[in-house]
Write a new protein. Structure first.
Length: 398
């Protein structure tokens, strides 16, 4: 089997993106602790992060940690424009660009050595171009695999460049804490640390079977592979999303069932509108929850037929929410998310029998048209009047 022996994959990640755009556009904010978003922290500058402020933290807690922070309202159109400018630089660098979000992407620069120099030289020029043309700092990790390139950029932040040469991969990876492995969140990290596994090297020295018995088949095999930097995934170009979703951070104060339901309604409206705009339908409805103790839970349901109808998907999400109500009441809810998976093009869907003249398709289409012409707030549900529907963040095309 052929194994690539050059570090030709770049992971480029804009630093504290929203906050950096604000500091770029207002010189008075530069070098100051910045919090974007008042009720819930959408982004924090590194000056604010130094005080412990983190994304998705409640605004009150963030201001207690950093009393001198400057709170600014988000400007989503400015962030979307900055993202488009940065991605244009990515695409001018190489045709092999895989966007992960509006502020990060993988780039494969293999085969460009004769035209553009080494991977390191390309990364240096990329960072300079983003700073000079868009005015934003960006960190780049360079490695042989996507996994290690992303780890390298995380270690190099902020505003850094780190190249992991193929003959030094495990020397770099193994001393890092277990949290650097993709898929290791607080719960998995606690399981590993309870068994004395604090760094990646210790995980790598375990047999795959031991990890499987500890974490389950999927997670055990996944972490065993990553601990040895086994990641054959290429950089994918133009691949459509496998799911479309959105989430809303609720903060730590107690939420009534009506308030949670209003958040779910707003999320379903947002997600299904995106699906219809992208010409997608889906079958698997997923509800994601995060609790006061930062643990998470996921509930899902697969529909009989793929759809993008708001009414059908909202009914399924509400059913899932009902099954989790006791858990929410006991543990407190700080974030709710909705996603639709098993996506396919809507042109491939056959109409189900019997045909229903009262179908909600026409209503959805009419509402989409009004919102497209007059804005998202032009028409809304009664249950959402006066309610915080969260911020609609810019995203990569669906």
């Amino acid at each position: 089997m052929f194994v690539k022996r050059e570090a030709t994959i770049l992971h480029a990640d804009l630093d504290a993106f929203y906050a950096s755009v604000e500091q770029r556009d207002d010189p008075r904010l530069r070098g100051r602790p910045i919090i974007v978003g008042g009720g819930v922290v959408l982004a924090a500058s590194y000056e604010a992060k130094a005080y412990g402020v983190r994304t998705a933290m409640g605004g009150r807690q963030a201001r207690l940690l950093c009393p001198g922070a400057i709170v600014v309202e988000p400007r989503m159109s400015a962030y979307a424009d900055a993202s488009k400018a940065v991605f244009q630089i990515f695409e001018d660098t190489t045709p092999l660009v895989e966007g992960l979000s509006i502020d990060e992407a993988f780039l494969d620069v293999g085969g460009l050595r004769r035209l553009a120099g080494s991977s390191t030289q390309i990364a240096v020029r990329l960072r300079r171009a983003v700073l000079e043309e868009v005015g934003l700092p960006i960190t780049v990790g360079v490695a042989r695999t996507k996994f290690l390139a992303k780890v390298a950029s995380g270690v190099a932040k902020p505003d850094g460049l780190l190249v992991v040469q193929p003959d030094r991969e495990l020397d770099f990876l193994h001393p890092l804490p277990v949290e650097r492995l993709w898929g290791v969140g607080p719960v998995t990290a606690d399981k590993l640390r309870d068994r004395g596994l604090t760094n990646v090297g210790q995980v790598a020295r375990l047999a795959e079977g031991a990890l499987v018995s500890m974490l389950g088949r999927a997670s055990g095999r996944h972490l065993h592979a990553l601990a040895h930097n086994l990641d054959p995934r290429p950089v994918h170009v133009g691949r459509r999303r496998g799911s479309i979703g959105s989430q809303h951070a609720l903060g730590r104060p107690p939420k009534s069932p009506d308030a949670i339901d209003a958040s779910v309604v707003a999320l379903v409206d947002r997600v299904t509108r995106r699906m219809r705009a992208a010409g997608r339908v889906g079958r698997t409805v997923v509800l994601r929850l995060r609790f006061d103790d930062f643990t998470r839970a996921t509930r899902s349901h697969t529909l009989a037929q793929a759809t993008a109808q708001t009414h059908t998907i909202l009914s399924a999400v509400r059913d899932l929410l009902t099954t989790a109500s006791a858990m929410i009441e006991r543990r407190g809810l700080t974030l709710v998310g909705v996603a639709i998976g098993n996506l396919e093009d809507d042109s491939a869907i056959q109409l189900a029998l019997p045909f229903d003249r009262r179908s909600n398709i026409a209503l959805d289409a009419a509402l989409d048209d009004v919102r497209d012409r007059f804005g998202s707030d032009a028409v809304t549900r009664t249950v959402l009047l006066g309610k915080d529907q969260g911020v609609s963040v810019p995203m990569l095309p669906d």
